[in-house]
Write a protein that binds this ligand. Sequence first.
Ligand code: RFL
Ligand code: PHB
Length: 400
Amino acid sequence: MKTQVAIIGAGPSGLLLAALLHRAGIATVVIEQRSPDRVLSRIRAGVLEQGTLDLLDRAGVGQRAHAQGLVHGGFALGYRNSEHRIDLHALTGGKNVMVYGQTEVTRDLMAARTAAGLTTIYNAQDVALHDFDGATPRVTYRTGNASDGASHELHCDFIAGCDGFHGASRASVPANALRTFEKVYPFGWLGVLADTPPVAHELIYANHERGFALCSMRSATRSRYYIQCAADDKVENWSDAAFWDELRLRLSPEAAQALVTGPSIEKSIAPLRSFVAEPMRFGNLFLAGDAAHIVPPTGAKGLNLAASDVHYLSSGLIEHYADHRAEKSSAGLDAYSDRCLRRVWKAVRFSWWFTTLMHKFPDGGEFAQKVQEAEIGYLLSSQAAATSLAENYVGLPFEV
Ligand code: RFL
Ligand code: PHB
C-alpha cells in the first residue's frame, strides 16, 4: 500500500491532521493500535482554546462544538472558603474558551473521516516505523489475531507520529538524536464523571489545604470533577461516597452545599508530569501532540498544544505538496520543530506554574507554602497578575 502521509495514532492530533490534509487534497492513511470504542472511552480534555476551535472549523468538523459546546468567559479560583472570579473575557480584551469534551472532538473527527470514505486502520498491532531518515519511509503492522494476523507494509513520503506519550514513533528515534526534559509531580488526579448538573456555571479551580480540586463539566447535565490524590493511590481505594465527601471538603461552604452527587460513570487516576522531547522532526518523521510533549492538566493545555502542532505541520505539508517545482519548498517543514517548541515551552511553563500554585506539595515545607499563599494573594489583588494568567489560559497566539 502507498500513501503520501502515514499518520500513526487516531487520537485528536492524528485525526485533525488527517482532516486538514484531506481538505488540501493530500492522501493519508491513519494507523491506530486500539478499537474506535476504546479510543472514545478515554475521558480527557474539556477546554478548547479559540485557536483549536478555529482549526476544527477549518477541518470542517466544528459544527457540533458550536451548537453544543459551552462558551466560558471566566472561571473561579477557590481559596480560603470562597471563590474569586477570573474574568477571562475582560482581562483578554474579549477572548473566551469553550468547554467541549475531547471525546466529542474525536467522535466528530471520526465521523467526518468515515463520511469521506477515508482509511483508518484500527486494531493495528506491532506498528513499526522504518527508513524515515531517507526518502522512502515505511510503516509495517499486523491486523487480525495475534497468532495468524496478516502483515502489511505502507510506503509513504512522510510519517506523522501522533501516537501519544507511550507510542511507537518517539520510541523509534535513536536515543542519541533526542533530548528529553522531564518533571514528575509528587501527586496525581482522581477524576470522576457523573450525570449530575455541574455545581456552578463556570469551572472552579480550588487550592485547599487538603489538596487541589477542580469542578468541570461536559454539559448542563454531566459533570467532571477531579481531586488531587497521592501519586501511588488506586481507584479501588475510592468509593463514590468517599470521593464526594473529599470534594465537598475542598470547596467553599456555598459550593459544597450546591454540589449534586450521583453514581460515577467513569473514575480514573492520572499521574501528573511535564515532558518535552527535542527536536520534533527526524528526517521525514514528525512528532505531534503527546508523542512529543506532556503537560500536567491544570492549565488545560495538552489537547490545545496538540492542535497547534497540527496547525504548523499541516501548513508545512500543504505548502510542500502545493509547490509544483521539481525542488519542492520545505520552508514550513524545516521550521516545524522550532516553531512548535517555542509555543510548547510557553505552555509547559504556564502549566507548571499553575500546577505549583494550586496543589499541596507533600514535602514542600513551610517556605514554599508561604510563597504559594503570597502568590495567590498577589494574583487576587493585581490586575497585571490576573491578566497574565488569563492571557495564557485562553491560549497564546499561533506564530504566522
Ligand atoms: P492521544 O490522545 O494519546 O492519542 C494517541 C493515539 O495513538 C494511539 N497509539 C498508537 N497507535 C498506533 N501504534 C502505536 N504504537 C500506538 N500507541 C498509541 C493511541 O491508542 C491513541 O489513540 O494523543 P494526542 O492525539 O496527541 O492528543 C493529546 C491529548 O489527548 C492530551 O494532550 C489531552 O488529553 C491532555 N488533557 C487536556 N488537554 C487540554 O487541552 N485541555 C484539557 O482540559 C485537558 N484535560 C488532559 C486533561 C489529559 C488528562 N489525562 C488523563 C492525562 C485531563 C486529563 C485528566
Ligand atoms: C476537564 O473538564 O476534564 C478539564 C478541565 C480543565 C482542566 C483539566 C481538565 O484544566
